[in-house]
Design a protein around this ligand. Structure first.
Ligand SMILES: Cc1cc2nc3c(=O)[nH]c(=O)nc-3n(C[C@H](O)[C@H](O)[C@H](O)COP(=O)(O)OP(=O)(O)OC[C@H]3O[C@@H](n4cnc5c(N)ncnc54)[C@H](O)[C@@H]3O)c2cc1C
Length: 340
């Protein structure tokens, strides 16, 4: 099978899920990495070291910033000419967008957020979680190319071979600057920290992080400000544990909606879908929409005061208790164990 893999990156920094997708493509036969950007030749080298048999590289000033129309049209133009059997992309925001737009150009379908792939005859059959992860659906696509977005951390990263190289083919972008409607004026940096999608450990907080009646807030705060102040004390404990473990910080939607942390931390159906090795949920009840974003975590630990909280149904280890006591104890134990 001839598979293309779109390498998603930001300013030349590849998303780790791109290499996972490359590894999945390599398992099916020959794999071509498709790279768009400006001054990104180093990515081609990385692609070869991660197993690419060929790299198609469009290195051009019009591709310096990601713009959906320019990137997707370049992909579909190349694919229309070369007819790969399948195109894989990581399930990132950009990956989803390009997949959908290229599929329209190529009059084919997209199978998104896939967690397993097998080949039957000349077709790819994918497995993807549906209904908030309650069911696994097996699907195939009758048109070609079969476009698939692969969930991050659901596929292993290929072993790299330093110095490995192969055929580099330079290609041109499909659109000129005059034809591209959107312009990127600049970027603002989001909060620093470990990226949720790529994290192998995530420590999350929910509404329960604001629930410590023993804390006395400073005077002069109204009810909402008091709640936020309390949540900040709780999230400080979540962040401290995360820092000791080198983990990313996650949150439930209730915590995000209440203004405790920004949306970029939200895990769940309307937030990020994550699959870390370890997910520690603190003061999170385990609503179906939250589980949709984290139930494929390899080990789930839940800290909750309520013995009947649904999160305990998916947790490997459940701690029934007050997070304001449990979290500092956990952090101290990890610090000691890790010599920090
Ligand atoms: C369309 C739709 C999409 C949604 N998308 C998402 C999504 O993407 N992500 C998401 O998370 N939710 C999502 N939700 C919301 C979801 O239904 C829940 O409302 C939300 O997940 C609840 O967040 P929570 O568990 O933090 O809060 P709660 O349900 O209020 O739970 C708080 C928990 O904290 C525990 N607790 C309280 N104090 C302490 C303490 N001191 N120590 C230990 N435990 C304590 C309580 O026992 C309780 O279990 C969505 C809802 C809808 C309708």
């Amino acid at each position: 099978m001839k598979t293309w893999v779109y390498i998603d990156h930001f300013k030349g920094q590849a998303m780790p899920a791109s290499w996972e997708a490359l590894g999945a493509g390599k398992n099916l036969g020959t794999v071509t990495a498709v790279i768009f950007g400006q001054n990104v030749e180093a990515l081609a080298k990385e692609a070869f070291e991660n197993g690419a048999d060929e790299v198609l590289l469009a290195d051009d000033v019009t591709l310096a910033d990601y713009r959906a129309e320019a990137f997707s049209s370049s992909l579909s133009k190349l694919a229309a000419a070369a007819s790969p059997d399948a195109i894989f992309l990581p399930t990132t925001t950009r990956g989803r967008e390009i997949a959908a737009m290229a599929a329209i150009d190529l009059k084919t379908g997209v199978m998104v957020d896939v967690t397993a792939i097998e080949v039957q005859g000349d077709s790819i059959v994918v497995t993807r979680p549906i209904y908030a992860g309650k069911l696994l659906s097996k699907e195939t696509c009758s048109t070609r190319p079969q476009i698939v977005t692969l969930r991050g951390r659901a596929f292993p990263k290929p072993a790299t071979q330093a110095g490995r190289t192969s055929t580099l083919t330079k290609v041109s972008p499909a659109m000129s600057e005059a034809d591209i409607k959107s312009k990127v004026e600049g970027y603002t940096t989001a909060e620093a920290g470990v990226s949720l999608i790529d994290a192998s450990v995530i420590v999350s907080g929910g509404r329960g992080v604001s629930n410590n009646p023993a804390l006395t807030p400073p005077g002069g705060l109204d009810e909402k400000q008091t709640e936020i102040w309390r949540a900040q004390q709780g999230f400080a404990l979540v962040k401290e544990l995360a820092s000791v473990l080198g983990a990313a910080v996650g949150a439930s939607r209730a915590a995000v909606d209440a203004g405790y942390v920004t949306y970029s931390h939200q895990v769940g159906q309307t937030g990020k879908v994550v699959s870390p090795d370890l997910y520690i949920a603190n003061g999170i009840s385990g609503a179906i929409q939250h589980l949709a974003g984290m139930r494929t975590s390899k080990v789930i630990v839940a800290v909750n005061k309520d013995t009947d909280a649904p999160i305990f149904k998916v947790a490997r280890y459940g701690v029934v208790g007050d997070l304001f006591q449990i979290l500092p104890a956990l952090t101290a134990a990890f610090k000691q164990r890790l010599g920090k």
